[in-house]
Design a protein. Structure first.
Ligand SMILES: [Zn+2]
Ligand SMILES: [Zn+2]
Length: 333
């Protein structure tokens, strides 16, 4: 398994983006992505063109859609769902998420704490938090300057509170890519762990929650439990593990690169363990937890201390399937 650079949230002229599907694909190739998901608002009109352009350029394009409702947005990845956005209500949103997952799609809560600007209906997620818990993933970071500002802080807090409840919900980033940015402002990547960059493998990595989000840092993290190594998103046989972390710079990162790393934080429902970390040096940290264990990487960027990467969680005490990984749908603990 290796980690592939993905962008899970994009738009084209088929909704309110300014790039055609072909232009989006060209730009994604220039930016070094392995795979993108096309998630136009409530339409799949651009998907065929994007897939065919992706085939010509060697880029995996995964069909998707952004359910854009009055009470919140979701990216739905996989292209098999038959749910119509206008049928989604605050009362049935949990059932609609489940229905999409049963068809094989992976559902993420999109930019839940972002205020729409200036008239973006439903950017801010106003669904009852109880009704969106079944989503596979959660955009902990989104859009420009993803690791800074109020929305980022609130989204991270809400995601941790979901993990504290024992939910298995992965961390993803959504660029919410609408325009061609010749000089990209600060943005992040979602890396997805998979056997290959094929649509099927990336989708299955997303379903398992084998993901991390990052501004400029490659984070190779795994958990060793009872002598066996598990990838991010795994359900470990018990909540006792050695977490191994190795970070490198993303050399072709087009925004401000981190200057240096300062620490890794191993964050669990039991507390936080901090360990110094530098580029290129693997660290190993022992931890115990009952529900979840997340790795956060901190360092200096733009001359200030910043949170640079967040992994999805390792989970404790679940019943392991063959791969020791989280089930993709109906992922409640
Ligand atoms: Zn949206
Ligand atoms: Zn969007």
């Amino acid at each position: 398994m290796r980690f592939f650079r993905c962008e899970l949230h994009t738009h084209t002229t088929s909704s309110d983006g300014s790039m055609s599907p072909e232009e989006l694909v060209d730009r994604a190739v220039e930016c070094g992505y392995d795979a993108i998901v096309l998630t136009d608002h409530n339409t799949v009109a651009g998907v065929k063109r994007a897939i065919s352009a992706g085939k010509n350029r060697g880029l995996t394009v995964i069909p998707g859609i952004e359910w854009t409702t009055f009470w919140g947005h979701f990216t739905v990845t996989g292209g098999t769902s038959d749910v119509l956005w206008r049928d989604i209500t605050p009362q049935n949103v949990d059932a609609m998420i489940k229905r999409a997952q049963e068809k094989g799609d992976v559902v993420a809560v999109a930019h839940p704490k972002r205020m729409g600007f200036p008239l973006c209906s439903g950017c801010h997620c106003d669904y009852d938090p109880c009704k969106i818990k079944g989503a596979n993933n959660y955009e902990v970071w989104s859009h420009y300057y993803p690791n800074e500002g109020v929305a980022a802080r609130q989204q991270r807090e809400q995601w941790y509170s979901l993990l504290s409840e024992g939910l298995r919900i992965g961390a993803v980033y959504g660029y919410d890519w609408h325009r061609r940015d010749d000089v990209p402002p600060s943005y992040a990547y979602t890396y997805v762990g998979a056997e290959s960059a094929s649509e099927k493998d990336i989708l299955s990595g997303l379903g398992r929650g084998t993901t991390y989000i990052t501004v400029g840092v490659l984070a190779d993290c795994a958990a060793v439990c009872e002598g066996r190594e598990y990838p991010i998103g795994s359900v470990l046989p018990k909540g006792e593990a050695e977490i191994s972390v190795l970070c490198e710079r993303i050399e072709d990162y087009r925004s401000d690169k981190p200057d240096e790393l300062t620490r890794a934080e191993i964050r669990t429902d039991k507390g936080v363990t901090s360990a110094p970390i530098r580029f290129g040096e693997r660290i190993k940290v022992k931890t115990t937890f009952e529900k979840y264990c997340v790795v956060e990487i901190y360092g200096k960027r733009k001359r200030e201390e910043q949170l640079l990467a967040i992994t999805s969680a390792f989970y404790a005490g679940g019943i392991c399937d063959d791969h020791g990984t989280r089930r993709s749908a109906g992922n409640r603990a």
